[in-house]
Design a protein around this ligand. Sequence first.
Ligand SMILES: Nc1ncnc2c1ncn2[C@@H]1O[C@H](COP(=O)(O)OP(=O)(O)O)[C@@H](O)[C@H]1O
Ligand SMILES: CC(=O)N[C@@H](CCC(=O)OP(=O)(O)O)C(=O)O
Length: 295
Amino acid sequence: MLSALEKANVLTEALPYIQKFAGKTIVIKYGGHAMVNPELEELVLKDIILMKLVGMNPVIVHGGGPIIDKWLEKVDIKARFVNGLRITDEATMEVVEMVLVGKVNKGIVNLINRFGGKAVGLCGKDGNLVIAEKKQVTVKNQAGEETFQDLGLVGEVVKVNPEIIQKLTEEGYIPVVSPVGVSSGGETLNINADYVAGALGGALKAHKLVLLTDVEGIYLGEGRESLASRLTASEIPRLIQEGVIKGGMIPKVESCLAALEKGVENVHIVDGRKPHSMLLEIFTNEGIGTMVVKG
Ligand SMILES: Nc1ncnc2c1ncn2[C@@H]1O[C@H](COP(=O)(O)OP(=O)(O)O)[C@@H](O)[C@H]1O
Ligand SMILES: CC(=O)N[C@@H](CCC(=O)OP(=O)(O)O)C(=O)O
């Protein structure tokens, strides 16, 4: 345990970081795989409340893939993914919206409020926050040829209207965003939360985008020693092509690239299972996880 003096030292050591980040927007993607247990969830959300209290503007975009899987199973719908994206028919979309916007979003909002923060939950439909269109994807077949794959009601962000987030932030709220968007024709679309986080970070000109997940960062090979502490944007397409980055990591790195392109200064993929990983990232010089940089 720290003595009272040591605790005071820790606080004053954080001062330059608090000054540096005051007023800065930090978009945090809280992935479903990082929501591993209630104790850890409490730590993550209390860290975010602390960030808000010391003057930063945290904005949460949450996922919930494993929780959707659980509820789909209850109604006998099989979960299927292509390149980390859920194939979404109408029945699946209904479950996705109920689980993300209803259960997961309100669960996070309720906890933040209970821990003394002020949270407001939204999805892409609120204030036309996230306008999307159906996403087109190509995949390689067994012969190595590129073929088109229809994912159903899966969206790609085409426009973000961030005013509602800015208003909430100015009023002292922590916005909590569900990755369900709407097309210009009013159709509900399922968007991977990583893409929403990247696009929102870009639209808000965020200082930082932090993607909390269930691995330490991006591995370039087998084992923990292959963890990349820093990758440049230009290396990413090759790593996807070679199959080094696959599955759920693909939307994450693509979100990083989109955010960097739109001027987000710092983009990090961090282990959300590690207690206080975000605070370590923001308040110390310890580089944790993988930082993706322009170039
Ligand atoms: N090169 C890589 N380095 C680290 N993880 C990778 C890599 N390629 C694929 N992955 C997978 O990406 C997963 C993280 O994505 P995902 O499961 O969608 O998490 P989340 O719910 O946090 O969005 C990891 O658990 C891992 O299985
Ligand atoms: C199109 C698509 O894949 N949407 C995701 C949305 C939730 C999400 O992104 O959750 P995680 O961050 O926990 O993976 C899904 O249906 O699972």
